[in-house]
Design a protein around this ligand. Structure first.
Ligand code: 6R9
Length: 661
């Protein structure tokens, strides 16, 4: 745990002056050239029209690039019609690349499958027919709750083919979380599996679906079940259908329909500052354009020669944009791995890089910091010379981890792209261009061509170089979210009301003397744990739903490996206080509360630490002062307490904690 204050961290960061220009060889072959900046600056809409026609096939060309007349509700590529799955598979087969491997799948137990674009094409058509046979059509929503197996890609593309927005729910979420997402999206069908392999064991998924559908009236009519682990599952003959049987029975070919550029492609839930997750939804045209463009110019994917590997789970936006839609629209060859990096040994990732000759690796700082902890001897046992570009996403990457990534994994030769973006932005927004930008350890650096980002102060005025403020996006972009599912008002309030007419990302940032942007992390009540967004309110509400809890406050405390860790402060109901006293520090109760959070939200939301306290620090207006709790969670001297309604509360908390430990 670090005891640095945010401002210490900042001044350390801003002394970072190391810089790594691209090699001449890399620059010569890079997709992203310096001219892109000039073109975008001279004519932004014309620039995006070029990218749209270059990276995406349209059944009907668009006649207007951007309609921003109803801001902040954007329409991009107006009049254009397309099908995302045709872009991701059919056209590569038609172009004669059907034999190219789309997915090198590596299962956790060691099973492998290579799936070509021709095979993928076949499976997507069959799956689309199977879904249509179950009554899925344009505009119906489908929930997907699958492990990291190729069927997840097939399922998403089959939904896209039918114009049925998918809502992928991360397999690590609980039945409760799945239930609320299914209901909010009104999903007609759920696609799941008997389970997936995780840390050498088969994890179950189908029971969570059964539990999610057992609560109240469910909109779900059918559940399609992929067989993966061969565990026994409960079966409802009227509702449940095996995926392999449905696909076998389905017709081989599927003639696609074409949809308006603005037709919703998917919904993905993400944590906001309140307890209720937001259903972020994306369009088809603009989203596809920007994911493909960025995968080409930022990850520098050359589909004919690269083996690309994005280690994200398909349940997060990174998996949507940089496993499914970006790389597949380009026709890239990629690796898909089911399990964890330490199963069956801590060299698993590097073994895969060596075996599959991976050239581009895209992963998260939390993974890099974990690999650092395991030691450089582990990657040193493998041949990593195929790698030529490394990417990072999900949270700020500290310069030490960046340098380790560059030296130990990248052999000091691979450019690193630190890419800033969000579920809401759909695709990369801020990142070096690997053949152009001299990189700086720890900084995402600058907006990519076509995007305009600024750091502004409290009044929305751009800050001077060397100062900090809030990260905003001042111009609309093709892959921007089109809204929050069913709640246009919340969309306006959350993103477009903090500063007049600009998009507020919720992140703090600093501009250095060279104009580089350093993204520092959330400035709202959203935590970032191992690159996963979690709201303090969501976890507080899970804790308070436990019968023994009266009140809860959650903070994200700095953590060396996971970036932030969830720390909860809990006030018990009086009956429970006696019980806790009898048990000393309340060990069993803490375990019970941690498990309760896992049940309500999912194991990833389990607090690292739960502290049972007699009071919470509040202002006179009743707002919990999380800043002070953060001081406690990070083992720091507690800051200014003068605005507390009762200034003795903090000493009560500290006394209680030292007694308990
Ligand atoms: C893609 C993704 C978005 C939040 C974002 C910010 C943090 C992501 C980052 C980064 C610093 C980077 N974040 N990338 N912070 N540097 N390169 O992660 O989407 O899950 O919606 O999270 O993650 O705080 O606001 P999402």
């Amino acid at each position: 745990m670090t005891t640095e204050t945010p401002s210490d961290a900042l001044s350390n960061l801003l002394h970072e002056e190391r810089t790594f220009p691209p090699s001449e060889e890399f620059a010569a072959h890079a997709n992203g050239k310096a001219e892109l900046f000039e073109q975008a600056e001279a004519d932004r809409e014309g620039f995006w029209a070029d990218q749209a026609r270059r990276y995406v096939s349209w059944e009907t060309d668009f006649d207007q690039v951007l309609d921003w007349s109803d801001a902040p509700f954007a329409k991009w590529f107006v009049g254009g019609r397309l099908n995302a799955s045709v872009n991701a598979v059919d056209r590569h087969v038609e172009a004669g690349n059907g034999d190219r491997v789309a997915i090198h799948f590596v299962g956790e137990p060691g099973d492998t499958r290579d799936i070509t674009y021709a095979e993928l094409h076949q499976q997507v058509q069959k799956a689309a027919n199977a879904l249509a046979d179950l009554g899925v059509g344009q505009g119906d929503t489908v929930a997907i709750y699958l492990p990291m197996i190729p069927e997840a890609v097939v399922a998403m593309l089959a939904c896209a083919r039918l114009g049925a927005p998918h809502s992928v729910v991360f397999g690590g979420f609980s039945a409760e979380a799945l239930h609320s997402r299914i209901d909010d999206a009104g999903a007609k069908v759920v696609i799941t599996a008997d389970g997936g392999w995780r840390r050498g064991k088969p994890g179950a998924l189908k029971p969570a679906v059964d539990a999610a559908l057992a609560v109240g009236e469910s909109p779900v009519e059918k559940v399609l079940v992929v067989r993966r682990t061969e565990q026994d599952v409960e079966w409802d003959d009227d509702r449940d259908v095996w995926w392999h049987e449905a696909l076998e029975a389905a017709a081989d070919t599927h003639e696609p329909d074409y949809f308006d550029a603005e037709h919703p492609l998917f919904i993905l839930y993400t944590s906001g500052t309140t307890g209720k997750p937001k259903g972020i939804f994306h369009s088809t045209g603009g989203y596809l354009v920007q994911t493909a463009y960025t995968n080409a110019v930022v990850h520098d994917v050359h589909p004919e020669s690269d083996v690309y590997w994005c280690t994200a789970d398909i349940g997060w936006v990174t998996g949507h944009s940089y496993i499914v839609y970006g790389p597949m629209t380009l026709g890239a060859t990629q690796v898909m791995y089911e399990g964890t990096p330490d199963t069956p040994h801590q060299g698993r990732f590097w073994e895969i890089v060596q075996d599959k000759k991976v050239t581009i690796l895209y992963t998260a700082p939390t993974a890099i910091r974990t690999f650092m902890k395991w030691g450089k001897e582990i990657p040193a046992k493998y041949d990593l010379s195929s790698l030529r570009l490394l990417g990072s996403v999900g949270e700020p990457i500290n310069p030490e981890a960046w340098m380790w990534y560059r030296e130990v994994i990248g052999g000091d030769r691979c450019p690193i792209v630190d890419t800033w973006w969000q579920t809401e932005t759909g695709a990369i927004m801020i990142s070096p261009l690997p053949g152009v930008t001299p990189t700086r350890p720890g900084s995402a650096q600058h907006a990519i061509p076509g995007i305009v980002a600024q750091v502004v102060d409290d009044n929305g005025v751009p800050v001077e170089k060397g100062s900090g403020g809030y990260l905003v996006l001042t111009e609309p972009w093709p892959s921007m979210l089109r809204g929050i599912w069913g709640d246009p008002q919340r969309y306006k309030e959350t993103y477009w009301s903090r500063f007049e007419g600009v998009y507020f990302a919720g992140d703090g940032a600093k501009l250095d003397e060279d104009g580089n942007i350093w993204v520092l992390g959330r400035v709202d009540d959203v935590m970032n744990v191992s690159g996963h967004r979690m709201s303090t309110a969501e976890i507080e509400s899970a804790l308070v739903s436990h019968p023994k809890v009266a009140e809860a406050a959650v903070v994200g405390a700095a953590d060396e490996t996971t970036g932030q860790a969830i720390c909860a402060f809990v006030i018990l109901r009086s009956e429970a206080v006696e019980e806790a006293d009898e048990q000393g520090e309340g060990g069993d109760l803490v375990a019970e509360l941690r498990n309760h959070v896992a049940k309500e939200i999912g194991p990833i939301a389990k607090p690292r630490q739960i502290m049972i306290v007699p009071e919470l620090p509040k202002t006179r207006s009743g707002k919990i002062m999380r800043r002070l709790l953060k001081d406690v969670a990070e083992n720091r001297e507690v800051g200014d307490v003068t605005t507390l309604a009762d200034s003795s509360v903090m000493s009560l908390i500290s006394e209680g904690l030292s007694k308990g430990s």
